[in-house]
Design a protein around this ligand. Structure first.
Ligand SMILES: *Cc1c(COP(=O)(O)O)cnc(C)c1O
Length: 364
């Protein structure tokens, strides 16, 4: 006998998350110098971290013997969003706050609704509680509000929505999203994951946090991993009604965000110049890459994030040919999209290198 046979059956059924291949791993596998490798696989900020955040992290190295205190970041986020600190829950990345929602509201005998091709962490955190995933068919690779509503069951306790969605880059505009949330019973938690909201033009951006007044069941999540360039420090957060935030904080590890992440996030939040530069670089890079894909005759899904997903004939072979040229993109077989590859928008020279490598990969 061994304890493996006593593992919870729903844990055994989990398909582990497959991250973008790390630079260090490709370097080991192919015997490449790490700095010769171009990684455009995990929607990381090609500009690195904000200089202000870097300064804050350096200064905070004195003090890492102390346990962290979340007070100042909670206050900064409350001021930034015009809400109360009791409405904010910090996470070790926003993946962590998704897990907190699942642990508060899901268990076996309950279900959660999500869209086909939605972010892979939703099924992971759902299944880890023993709850069931109800997958609503996508429409043009995006959330279909009608199908999402039809998927609801009496035992549904959470609805996961990514807007914009990863890995498809699709976006549900304000009216359609609001109508969908309004159609969900108010005792069902709606998690609105807005990891890429800062990449939307101002005119398209949704003030979803203001919707908390109308929808007490809403939980909005944001991250410092994308436009703020702090993916490796692991900081994200949820904004909700205080009663929901309080429940999530009960299951949160007390020190889930480290000292360096806390100070970096405060500095990054105030570095408007860096955010604006990151936004502009992404706009220009998106145009370059989309134009390049068209030149190569490849179809893509119009994207509202910092990445674009395209169809590649024999995608796994193209992916291999790109790896041989030290270019890492993201294959999407795990999402049920084996014909697609996802590329993160880089700096101009990186985008050109990717397009040249892709051209070669298609020709060889
Ligand atoms: C990248 C991403 C996140 C952020 O994850 P972190 O844990 O904050 O790094 C959340 N949701 C989606 C849809 C993402 O693509």
């Amino acid at each position: 006998m061994n304890p493996v046979s006593h593992a919870l059956p729903y844990i055994c059924g989990i398909h582990p998350y497959v991250p973008g291949k790390p630079i260090t791993q490709l370097a080991r596998e192919f015997g490449l110098a790490p700095d010769s490798i171009l990684k455009l696989a995990s929607n990381e900020n090609p500009l690195g971290m904000s200089p202000k955040a870097r300064q804050a992290v350096t200064a905070a190295l004195d003090g890492v013997e102390r346990y962290p205190d979340q007070h100042d970041l909670l206050a900064a986020l409350a001021a930034h969003h015009g809400i109360r600190p009791e409405q904010v829950v910090l996470g070790n990345g926003s993946n962590d706050v998704l897990d907190l929602v699942a642990r508060v509201f899901l268990c076996s005998g309950r279900s959660a609704v999500m869209a086909q091709y939605a972010f892979a962490v939703y099924p992971l955190v759902t299944v880890a509680t023993g709850a069931e995933c109800l997958v609503a068919p996508a429409r043009h690779f995006g959330h279909d509000p009608h199908a999402m509503r039809a998927a609801l069951r009496p035992d549904t306790r959470v609805v996961w929505i990514a807007n914009p969605n990863n890995p498809t880059g699709t976006f549900l505009p304000q009216t359609g999203l609001r109508d969908l949330i309004a159609a969900i019973p108010q005792d069902v938690v709606v998690v609105l994951d807005e990891a890429y909201t800062e990449y939307l033009p101002l005119a398209e951006r949704i003030d979803s946090i203001a919707w908390l007044d109308a929808f007490p069941n809403l939980v909005v999540t944001r991250t410092f991993s994308k436009i703020y360039g702090l993916a490796g420090l692991r900081i994200g957060y949820a904004v909700a009604r205080p009663e929901i935030a309080e429940l999530m904080n009960r299951v949160r590890q007390p020190f889930n965000v480290g000292n360096l992440g806390l100070v970096a996030a405060i500095a990054a939040l105030g570095d408007h110049l860096f955010v604006a530069e990151s936004y502009d670089l992404n706009r220009r890079g998106m145009e370059e890459i989309v134009a390049g894909l068209k030149r190569l005759g490849l179809e893509h899904i119009p994207s509202h994030g910092n990445f674009v997903t395209f169809v590649a004939p024999d995608a796994s072979r193209v992916n291999r040919r790109l790896l041989e040229q030290a270019v890492i993109v993201r294959p999407l077989g795990g999402y049920g999209m084996p014909q697609h590859l996802r590329v993160t928008i880089g700096r101009e020279a990186e985008n050109q290198r990717f397009l040249a490598a892709l051209g070669k990969a298609l020709a060889s």
